[in-house]
Design a protein around this ligand. Sequence first.
Ligand code: FAD
Length: 494
Amino acid sequence: MGNEIQGAMMSEAITGMIDEVIVVGAGVSGLVAAYRLMKKGHRVRVLEAAPQAGGVMVSGRRDGMLWESGPNSGMDTTPLINELLDSLGIREQRADARKIADRRFIVRGGRLVPLPMSPLAFLSTPLFSAGTKFGLLREPFIARSSPESDESVAAFVRRRLGSEFLDYAIEPFVAGIFAGDPEQLSVQAAFPKLFALEQRYGGLIRGLILGARERKRQREKSKNNARSFSFNDGMQTLTDALVRGLTAANGVVETGVRVTAIAGETEGGWTVHGVRGDEQETTYRARSVVLATPADAAAVLLASLKMPWDNGGAQALGDAAQALREIPYAPVSIAISAWRREAVTHSLDGFGFLVPRKENKNILGTLFSSSMFDHRADEAHAVLTTFIGGMRQPELPGCDDGALREMAESELASLIGVKGTPLWTKISRHPRAIPQYTFGHLDRVRRVEAVRKHAPGLFFCANWRGGISVSDCIKNGYQTADDIDTFIASCPAS
Ligand SMILES: Cc1cc2nc3c(=O)[nH]c(=O)nc-3n(C[C@H](O)[C@H](O)[C@H](O)COP(=O)(O)OP(=O)(O)OC[C@H]3O[C@@H](n4cnc5c(N)ncnc54)[C@H](O)[C@@H]3O)c2cc1C
């Protein structure tokens, strides 16, 4: 797309016509909120600092092989996803993960062991000792924690399932999703459904059985049972389609505009200041503003926010900006490597593998990207996506390209028997990849949200609140749009 100005932006900016809603940030969260608002009949403008919309969702092909430098897949946990794809006209391009992608591996003792997916497989797996397996029988009788407790994921799992289960199932799983450390993540904030199972049903096993009935009634699926999906040309299909859908209906998506300040207006509404790539300053006005940026960018905008009315909001603003700054992010670098199929000894019959901390490796895990979905590579080739760093080894992602390549290749050689060097490797860097929902996260989010009482029309919608997964970002985009629609309906007509 390049440094492009799309839709009718220019003429509107010049005539000074007021947008109803300005969304700052064109990742999936902001684009979904904008698209739904547009569908509800609102005039929407999205401002994006990068030259391209889509945020971390970037897909491409090299020598016919598909690579993803952001999410490789989403989970179909809510009917909203297909509703959105139908509305965008991209349902036909949706690709569901192959059946073999249900198989996931965990490294134990330097070998890939399939994660057991049935009670029978659990009993026979070498992943856990007999003590851990039979310890599960105690789980339904372990008391629930206090609902006010802010327990770590690690403490929660140790208490209910034991240390080995933490080390060889949950710790690598947490590294795979959050690139995070279970000792630091809050179970209530990072895995609210797990926390709710204990609170509502008194235990995980009881909750899994009774909760499944409830989800069936609500047409929702648990992340365990939901299918992984992507698109024939990768995840960027979704954000590209959102941009097309918006601009086709007179919405505006303007890339290459970094928002530098927002200010409330005396008569209500907002002024949004931005800078284009060529340093030219630009100003817009809107009734409502959505900050759909990462937490640090939202903190900068809140810290400089000016409000003309004296309603005691200054302290709330400062506190909200501070709360946003306190959200840590995990750094991750990714080595995407392309191989001749014959150079890989392993059958690659699965989603990929995760490496527990106890295994002392230099990688968090690897996705068998070309095995997960059709049309990623032909039979003669394989694409592997290897994640390095996270909260476990935050110093590694900053290594130079050669060192990252070397780390990935040597671990792949020892774990899945790759031979020689790959056809090509693409390094993708995310110094602030994933927000960490650590202790006190829910309180931090409440401190940020509290500012809205003093700043009518200001909304937040990004992966630092309400879930980091693509499906959670979609759900939150819908919810934010509905909240804004209600807000605008309550405003006096201008
Ligand atoms: C490497 C990686 C792999 C992942 N894998 C998966 C996966 O397999 N499955 C899954 O479900 N989830 C995955 N996730 C998580 C998921 O992809 C993200 O949580 C989600 O895409 C974030 O979307 P977002 O819109 O909230 O934020 P972003 O995509 O970060 O978008 C925010 C946008 O705001 C813009 N911005 C910032 N400041 C300004 C400013 N001042 N003015 C204008 N614009 C601004 C940024 O340029 C950016 O485009 C992964 C994430 C990463 C990083």
